[in-house]
Each structure stands twice: as structure tokens, then as C-alpha cells.
Ligand binder design. Structure first.
Ligand code: DAH
Length: 351
């Protein structure tokens, strides 16, 4: 449709008004409508071009005003065109042109870290028999990491655990070498009966290899009440071993030494990998060491303000990496902290 001859600026203004109204009412339902709209308003012979061409006949004093009106008119046409173009493009994906055979976009599903999985499982097992979970700081003072746990100053037992020291203001602090420090904190801040486990990260100055790392994870257990016996300790650990490694699992206790327990023992479980027949993992012994334990030394109870003539208790501590190694057959400690997606992916379905 071509414009009637434009005679003057009054005529021009009313033309722009009429055409603007036409833009508003122009119905665009599909790509064909869109193309007709483009040709009529924005094409080489469209209204926008025509109006700009007619501008040269407008008297000079009105050129500026009319020019601006034409600019707005062009913007109006372009905006409508772009808006409908976008709409039609998105509609065409969801409707007729949709290609059902196109490969989907894969969203990688994350997984929990094996250490988290096993920590959760251990916490669940002990919660079922009434143990709460407690927490303590990783940067610890000498009292909680050593002295209150019956490590005398200069005692060689402090060398059992190669400690990282850090300076905090005036004080020399340690990165805790074990979660036994949390035992002391719990005993200091609560009254027996106490039944708690304390999962957490610990640090030791060790060269990193397949079998040792400078940080790893432990879970400490503590039970203090009137009349707690070594028999209670054995029964609790047997329950844990069966829940963790299966009903057929057996345990054995070997005498050992820890400054904070008396008597002390190391606990082995029957090898779940070879059903105790003998394999590489259990070094053909049929047994695997999983934790240290004992009756809380009366000195430790007293240091934390608990009357050792009234209360007794047991404690145990286990390495989460060790339990994870047995459960998932992970034979290199370094895998836990390398963030290798091929390793981590294997635990996707395990929570
Ligand atoms: N703290 C010990 C370690 O890191 C483990 C341990 C042994 C904890 C005996 C205990 C225990 O509570 O009774 O090697």
C-alpha cells in the first residue's frame, strides 16, 4: 500500500499517526505474517523508507520535528518486529519444528564423598544405641590434645603423633592430632551420663603416600556412667562391627597402650573381603585392625572434673579412611583428596 502524496507537515503528522496505529493492530500469528509486516513497514519500499524520502519536501523549519517523529515510528516498527521474531523462534522449538531425536543436555549428578558416606553410616550406627554427636576445634591447645589426656610433658608418647604446631598470638597451638581432644571438651562441659561420638578431621606431620597422609578423619567414642565395664565396651564394638561389615563379622581385642585409657586394646575385625580365609588386604591373617580403645584412665576423668570414684567409662577412636578402605576397597589414601572425578563418580548412588 503506498502513501497518498504528502503535501505538508500537517499531512505528514497525521500519516505517521495512522501508520503507528496500524503497527499496533497488525496481527502477527506466524512467520508469514511477520514477513508481511517487515515488507510493509521496514522493507526497501516500506513506510519507514517512504517517510524518510518524503522528509526532503518538508519545509526546513519543520524538518527536525518531523524527523524525530519518523525516528520514533521506525523504532516502534522495529521493536514489534524483533519481539514477534523472538516469540516465534521460541514457539517453533516447542512446537512443530521440535526434533525429538536431538540428544538431551546431560546434567552431571553430584555425589557424596566416600568419607562423608562412611562418616554418616558410622554416626547412624551409634545414634541407634543412643550416642549423640559432638564437635570440637581443629586448632587445639596442648591441654585438650595432650595434657588432659594423660600425656605428661616430655613423655615419649607425644612423639607417637607427629604434631603440626601453629602460633596463635602469644600461644603455641596444635592442629589436633586426634579427635580424643573432643572427649575432654565434652567431659568438661557436661555431666555424666555421657554417650557421644565425635567425628572430625585430624592432622599429623607425615609424608604423603598411599598409606599415610598429613590429614585424615577420625571418629571418637566416649561412654561415661556409673558402672560402665570393659564388657560394655566389647559388646558396643561387636554391635558396631556387625552393623558396619555384616552379621557374620567377629572381633578380637589385642592388648595395647594409649596414655588416656587403662587397660587399652586394639580391635581387629574378621576380614570381610575374604571372609577371614586370608587375602592380600588382611595379609593372610584373616583379621583387619580398625580401632583403638580402652577404659578411660581415672586421671583423664579427674582432669576433666569427673569423680573417678563414682564414674567409669570407655573410649574408642577409629580412622574413617581405614573403614572406608575396607568397605569400598580403596587402597590409596591419596585418592580421597585428589578430587579425581573418575574416583568420586563411583559413589553416586550410595547415599
Ligand atoms: N586417639 C587414638 C589415635 O589417634 C585413637 C584412640 C585409641 C582413641 C584409644 C581412643 C582410645 O579413645 O581409647 O591413635
Amino acid at each position: 500500500m503506498s502513501l497518498p502524496r504528502i503535501l505538508n507537515e500537517v499531512n505528514m503528522k497525521s500519516q505517521i499517526e495512522t501508520l503507528s496505529a496500524k503497527i499496533e493492530t497488525f496481527e502477527i500469528k506466524n512467520n508469514q505474517d511477520l514477513e508481511s509486516f517487515r515488507i510493509e513497514f521496514l522493507g526497501t519500499k516500506g513506510h519507514v523508507k517512504e517517510l524518510y524520502a518524503a522528509l526532503k519536501d518538508i519545509p526546513n523549519q519543520d524538518k527536525k520535528e518531523i524527523g524525530q517523529l519518523i525516528n520514533s515510528f521506525r523504532n516502534l516498527a522495529e521493536e514489534k518486529f524483533n519481539k514477534f521474531k523472538e516469540n516465534l523462534e521460541s514457539v517453533s522449538i516447542s512446537n512443530d519444528n521440535f526434533d525429538c531425536s536431538r540428544p538431551g543436555e546431560i546434567n552431571e549428578v553430584g555425589s557424596h564423598h566416600p568419607i562423608s558416606l562412611v562418616r554418616k553410616e558410622i554416626v547412624d550406627i551409634f545414634s541407634r544405641i543412643g550416642f549423640s554427636v559432638s564437635d570440637g576445634p581443629e586448632i587445639e591447645d596442648d591441654w585438650h590434645n595432650f595434657t588432659a589426656l594423660n600425656f605428661p610433658p616430655e613423655h615419649p608418647a607425644r612423639d607417637m603423633q607427629d604434631t603440626f604446631f601453629v602460633r596463635k598470638g602469644e600461644n603455641e597451638m596444635a592442629l589436633r592430632t586426634h579427635t580424643s581432644s573432643v572427649q575432654v571438651r565434652v567431659m568438661e562441659s557436661s555431666e555424666p551420663p555421657i554417650r557421644t561420638i565425635s567425628p572430625g578431621r585430624v592432622y599429623r606431620n607425615e609424608a604423603i603416600s598411599a598409606r599415610a597422609h598429613c590429614f585424615f578423619h577420625q571418629i571418637e567414642g566416649l561412654y561415661i556412667d556409673k558402672g560402665v565395664t570393659f564388657g560394655d565396651l566389647k559388646q558396643t564394638l561387636l554391635y558396631f562391627a556387625k552393623e558396619m561389615f555384616g552379621e557374620q563379622t567377629q572381633i578380637r581385642l589385642r592388648p595395647s597402650y594409649f596414655p588416656f585409657t587403662e587397660p587399652s586394646a586394639e580391635v581387629d575385625v574378621s576380614c570381610s573381603i575374604c571372609s577371614a580365609k586370608g587375602c592380600n588386604v588382611c595379609k593372610h591373617s584373616g583379621w583387619l585392625e580398625i580401632l583403638g580403645c580402652g577404659m578411660v584412665d581415672p586421671n583423664v576423668l579427674e582432669a576433666a572434673g569427673i569423680d573417678s570414684s563414682e564414674f567409669t567409662g570407655f573410649a574408642f577412636g577409629m580412622g574413617v579412611e581405614r573403614i572406608t578402605q575396607l568397605k569400598y576397597k580403596v587402597n590409596d589414601l591419596r585418592l580421597y583428596s585428589e578430587n579425581d572425578i573418575r574416583f568420586l563418580r563411583q559413589f553416586r548412588a550410595s547415599w
